[in-house]
Write a protein that binds this ligand. Structure first.
Ligand code: FES
Length: 329
């Protein structure tokens, strides 16, 4: 129907207007150089990002107007990465607006399943579009884009350095060692066998640790120990009996589920209970798990008595203490 008689008639596409770059090769080359400049700036900004990461100490503060006093490292990382990403985007937009074809194409609606000849046409159009975009011809713009896109992920790679240093074998050891006396956690006095009464639960830590130590919390979280005295004939596990002294057994206080400190002791059954998720361990049977989500027995510390009559460790724990690390140990 004629447009004059039908207010909903399709007005069609406006006539295509050529841009300066379409008709003037010198203007097109200027655009290409601008694009290349933007991608080059991106590459330089990525290099600056990496250099900032290495050069600025974490605690360096600088004054930047109007932001005030801020971390030099954060400011430089944010600025350089922002420039690297922005210039890639700006270059791509400029390329699309000035050099790639801007001819509008109208396509009739058609069934979802395209006919073979349509698919062939699409491939043909795609090839033509790729040729028109200048991706193959504009080698300077294309290569600098590849360079920028290759470099920008390096910004993320260098941040992986923050995951280090590797723990080496630190997770395998605690402050316990051969000859270390067992100190009462509350009185800080060295323990003798006669200090451990049947039915009591005593907490201990290794000789030589002080609450004022900078890593005290880290170390006590691995070395915390609990002592109970059983009748030797009630100890069911042979290794547990060998590693005990006169019925006194020493186990890690750190739950093997997710690491809560164990605090509850049932005298009659010799069970200890973790308050977090109710894992229950049998201290008369090698610290075996008898209930709850913990997956492993409590590590036992081998103990004895030194020549002065004090309880001492015969070495470190034989297994890693606490949760999860077991599977990787
Ligand atoms: S941490 Fe002990 S049961 Fe979950």
């Amino acid at each position: 129907m004629e447009a004059a008689g039908n207010p909903f008639a399709d007005p069609g596409l406006p006539p295509h207007e050529h841009r300066q770059q379409d008709i003037d090769e010198r203007a097109a080359r200027r655009s290409e150089r601008t694009i290349a400049l933007l991608f080059t700036v991106s590459m330089l900004a990525t290099v600056a990002f990496i250099a900032s990461y290495v050069a600025f100490p974490v605690d360096r503060i600088i004054y930047v107007f109007p932001l005030g006093h801020i971390s030099a490292l954060n400011f430089s990382l944010g600025l350089t990465l922002g420039i690297a990403l922005f210039t890639i985007g700006a270059g791509a937009v400029h390329w699309a607006r000035t050099l790639m074809s801007d001819v509008e194409v109208a396509d009739e609606r058609h069934p979802i399943e395209a006919a073979p000849e349509v698919k062939a046409k699409v491939l043909e159009d795609f090839a033509a579009g790729a040729a028109e975009s200048g991706f193959g011809r504009r080698k300077l713009a294309r290569n600098t884009l590849f360079g920028a896109l290759t470099l920008v992920p390096l910004a993320g790679l260098v941040l992986l350095r923050d995951l280090g240093p590797l723990p080496q074998d630190k997770l395998r050891h605690t402050k316990w060692g051969k000859g270390k006396r067992l100190m009462n956690y509350n009185t800080m006095l060295a323990l003798r066998p006669e200090d451990i009464a049947v039915g009591s639960l005593t907490f201990a830590m290794p000789e030589g640790m002080k609450e004022s130590d900078h890593d005290f919390q880290t170390q006590i979280a691995k070395a915390a120990l609990m002592l109970v005295r059983l009748q030797p004939e009630n100890i069911k596990d042979k290794r547990e009996l060998d590693w005990s002294h006169d019925g006194i057994v020493a186990f890690s206080k750190i739950c093997t589920h997710v690491g809560c400190p164990i605090n509850l002791y049932e005298q009659q059954t010799h069970h200890v209970l973790c308050p977090c998720h109710q894992s229950t361990f049998d201290l008369s049977d090698g610290g075996r798990v008898i209930f709850g989500p913990a997956g492993h027995a409590l590590p036992q510390l081998r103990i004895g008595v030194n020549k002065d009559g004090y309880l001492e460790a015969k070495g470190d724990f034989a297994e890693p203490v606490g949760p999860a690390f077991w599977e990787r140990g």
